[in-house]
Design a protein around this ligand. Structure first.
Ligand code: NAP
Length: 253
């Protein structure tokens, strides 16, 4: 892909739900062929069905992003299916149980870092050589507002997301000469199953959290997807190493 060409083939991880599903659907609506990946095969297939029902082209390839061999197989499978990889949205993530830093169980710490940070690194490790061979590409990693500010009660999550921001900037600087742009998106409070888990499905709690942002509402997964798809588009040809905050103004105050 050269910067002037739209995305032809894109891989989205964590695409069986929330932000990843919305991004897969929007990439497909804009004409890309989409590899829909999630650790849960059934939810990935649901996203594929949604895309195909709307006339798009998508293929499900389940993978746990924290497993090196599964990520390697995911990129191989993408090439087997579509023959190329122009863009990737490395989005799969977990929040981990809430608790103060000293109370965070070691297995929670390790799992959150493995999925959120090592998972993004493993995806980059296998995506970048393909894009280098092709002469370019665009990658967006999902960080969070917790990648640029602390999040009391979620130390492992905030550490993993800050790590994603540092990894994104470093890889962007390294691979710019190869024609590969690498950016991060930092969502604020977005209405997805992840937030439902944290609010226990209680709308009054969600409303309280939403009121913390100047826009006084949760964002939608589709609003984050718009940012991701733009970052991968020719319109963002001079944008790399950037952390794009999509938070209704939360961090602006
Ligand atoms: P979500 O609805 O829970 O979707 C995340 C998806 O990733 C789920 O399908 C999940 O599968 C999958 N996944 C989890 N661990 C995985 C692994 N090891 N390998 C592959 N797939 C895995 O959450 P979301 O809100 O859309 O979150 C997407 C990303 O946005 C995450 O990185 C999250 O940290 C970030 N984010 C979300 C918000 C927000 O307010 N929603 C804000 C900032 C950042 P399971 O359902 O089986 O776990």
């Amino acid at each position: 892909m050269t910067p002037a060409q739209p995305v032809q083939v894109v891989l989205v991880t964590g695409a069986g739900s929330g932000i990843g599903r919305a991004s897969a659907v929007l990439f497909a609506a804009r004409g890309a062929r989409v590899v829909v990946s999630d650790r849960d095969a059934a939810s990935a297939e649901q996203t594929v069905k949604h895309i195909r029902d709307a006339g798009g082209d998508a293929h499900a390839l389940p993978a746990d992003v924290s497993h090196a061999a599964q990520v390697a197989a995911l990129i191989e499978g993408t090439l087997t299916r579509y023959g190329r990889l122009d863009a990737a949205h490395n989005n799969a993530g977990i929040e981990g149980a809430a608790g103060q830093t000293a109370d965070c169980p070691e297995d929670t710490w390790r799992r959150v870092i493995e999925v959120n940070l090592t998972g993004v690194w493993l995806c980059l490790k296998h995506e970048l050589p393909v894009m280098v061979r092709q002469g370019g590409g665009a990658i967006v990693n999902t960080a969070s507002v917790a990648g640029v500010a602390g999040l009391p009660g979620f130390s492992a999550y905030a550490a993993s997301k800050h790590g994603i921001v540092g990894l994104t900037k470093t890889a962007a600087a390294e691979y710019a000469k190869a024609g590969i742009r690498i950016n991060a998106v930092c969502p604020g409070l977005i209405q997805t199953p992840m937030v439902d888990r944290q609010t226990g499905g209680r709308p009054e709690v969600a409303a309280q959290w939403a009121a913390m942002a100047p826009m006084k509402r949760c964002g939608t997964p589709e609003e984050v997807a718009e940012a991701v798809v733009w970052l991968c588009s020719p319109g963002a040809a001079f944008v790399t190493g950037h952390t794009l905050i999509v938070d209704g103004g939360l961090l602006a105050q």
